[in-house]
Write a protein that binds this ligand. Structure first.
Ligand SMILES: [Zn+2]
Length: 569
């Protein structure tokens, strides 16, 4: 099947529908998948039309892949359904699932299928490790943009407590850096299976018992990725396939998908999650999670919260609070996503208590060998997720992975990749397996979302023998340090009989709230029209003449301004 060809995609869906219509559907099939099946049967015309219209944005084909695997292998379909029932029963009968807090680390092998004729398939080790950093932020809720999660969902936001690391040991017990660079003659991978087979120009999987397989390659646009589900996955094909243009978060080739969230989304499927709208656009479909509101449809691009999609069945919203379109399991662009929910965490943990349990005892992260000169960065300690001000002094933890003591190395660092390269020559004494926190000279910051990168080079003045542990990235948000004062908050005209403008001078941006009081200290509510981030207009037309106090709580500080309203000027 060609993923980019409308006609063949429609044919594929049509074939699928006939297959499903012939099939007897067991009443025991879990609602979440049954709903999706019904969607395809009932809305086949709509589905194919939507598919064609939305050619620009095909975040994920995991469900289509699942259907294809079921179609090709009826035994698999049966096995999948039974496994799903088992998983959902497991969740239902284990109410304490997830109450114990332990961090699970998943060994990852990246199969990079590159073709020199397609330059963007040739990713650096650092681009690959930046994807691991993204996963570790998103699954631990260390992502800087978590502040964008709407207040109403903050209480259900989960630290999933799953981490990811490139494997150090291959299936034969030999050392690996977890990255397999496999040259392919394929210019593009146009079907679901070929990335997973050496014989088809791809690379054979490593056992799912011990590894999460990530295949990275040129996929037929506009598809960004697809995954298998834990229920009855097959060893040879288990894992996640991601378009090279959406892998990692640096050297971005894709403007919409440059933060590595395709990986976050697809690995969500690998860990037992389905899409947040339940893969059906009627309100009776659910994703099996009580804390994600019922949602009618996938969300494309990004929306202002609250936004609620309307069901195709009755043109009504499925919830009253607003869709959780910022969930990683929706279809929004990378910069719009920032949350997994607690119930999604439970779904994922159920997978580790069943079909993915073997990975808990994987030895793949135990390195069988060490190098002599091998320095690396284990963690970016600062910037934290949220910082204030126009400059910052980063702190990184460097680790001696080699057998030799290390007395010097270079640390390169910058923000937003390629912008301002800084270097620092570290000297000291670091024994084998030792680590030390290094504060680096200050660099300038820019407001809002940034990505910090740092990497080590040349331990003891010689070449580093393993460069995959050298590079670390960290997303962070910068807020302005400017505080409101009597002088930089200007109110005019004053006195006034109608509109009063309040301007925050020298503020690049601000965040906060305001309150208006009359002379008796009573709070009054005013119509306010937002003009820009640093300029507001208040309408006093309907309030009596007199003195009022405008109190602004901004950037963590507050200021009060007096205004006189005179209707008989
Ligand atoms: Zn998906």
């Amino acid at each position: 099947m060609s993923l980019s060809n409308d006609i063949s995609s429609q044919l594929y869906l049509t074939n699928n529908i006939s297959l499903l219509m012939k099939k007897t559907i067991s009443p025991l099939i879990p609602t979440k998948f049954l709903a999706s099946v019904i969607l395809i049967i009932v809305n086949c015309q709509i589905s194919t039309q939507v598919f064609a219209q939305q050619q620009e944005e095909q975040r994920c084909h995991s469900f289509e892949y699942l259907e294809l695997m079921k179609k090709n292998n009826p035994e698999y379909a049966q096995m999948f359904e039974q496994s799903e029932i088992y998983l959902q029963n497991y969740i239902a009968t284990h109410p304490n699932l997830g109450k114990e807090r332990t961090v699970i680390t998943i060994p990852v092998v990246v199969h990079l299928l590159f073709n020199p004729l397609v330059p963007r398939t040739v990713l650096s080790d650092w681009q690959i490790t930046s994807q691991i950093d993204v996963l570790n932020e998103d699954y631990r809720r260390f992502n800087a943009d978590k502040i964008k999660t709407p207040a109403v969902f903050q209480s259900v936001a989960a630290d999933v407590e799953i981490e990811f690391a490139l494997a150090n040991r291959d299936p034969n017990g030999n050392w690996t850096n977890g990255i397999r660079r496999v040259q392919t003659s394929n210019l593009v991978f146009a079907d679901f299976t070929s990335p997973k087979y050496t014989s088809m120009g791809g690379d054979n999987a490593w056992s799912r018992d011990n590894y999460l397989n990530l295949w990275v390659c040129e996929l037929d646009s506009p598809l960004l990725g697809y995954s298998t589900f834990p229920s009855a996955s097959m060893d040879e094909t288990d894992g996640v396939v991601i378009h090279c243009k959406a892998f990692g978060r640096i050297d971005c080739n894709s403007k919409k998908y440059y933060l590595g969230r395709t990986g976050t989304h697809e690995i969500g499927h690998w860990l037992n999650l389905i899409h947040v709208w339940g893969d059906e656009d009627c309100c009776n479909a659910d994703d099996g999670c009580d804390d994600t509101p019922l949602q009618a449809k996938p969300t494309y691009k990004c929306q202002e919260f609250p936004f609620t999609s309307l069901s195709s069945c009755n043109n009504q919203p499925c919830n009253t609070v607003g869709d959780m379109f910022m969930n990683y399991m929706d279809y929004t662009v990378d910069s719009c996503m920032n949350i997994f929910s607690n119930d999604q965490r439970t779904q994922m943990l159920a997978a580790f208590n069943s079909f993915r349990s073997s990975i808990l005892s994987s030895q793949a992260l135990i390195s069988p060998t060490s190098f002599s000169n091998d320095i690396g960065i284990t963690k970016v300690l600062f910037p934290d997720e949220l910082i204030y001000g126009d400059s910052m002094a980063p702190v990184v933890r460097i680790h001696n992975y080699g057998t030799q003591s290390i007395s010097s190395c270079d640390i390169y660092y910058e923000k937003d990749w390629k912008n301002y390269l800084n270097t620092f020559h570290w000297t000291g004494n670091l024994a084998s397996d030792g680590e030390v926190d290094v504060t680096l000279p200050k660099i300038a910051d820019s407001l809002w979302y940034n990505i910090f990168c740092a990497w080590t080079k040349d331990p003891n003045g010689t070449q580093d023998e393993d460069t995959t542990n050298d590079f670390r990235t960290r997303s962070y948000v910068v807020r302005p340090a400017t505080e409101p004062t009597e002088n930089n908050v200007i109110v005019y005209p004053n006195p006034s009989n109608t509109q009063i403008t309040v301007e925050f001078k020298d503020f690049e941006s601000l965040q906060g709230s305001y309150f208006v009081y009359n002379i008796l200290g009573q709070r009054v509510h005013l119509k306010m029209d937002q003009i820009s981030l640093t300029k507001y207009q208040f309408d006093f037309t309907n309030l009596p003449s007199g003195m009022y106090l405008l109190r602004f709580n901004v950037n963590g500080s507050s200021v009060t301004k007096k205004v006189i309203v005179q209707h008989e000027l």
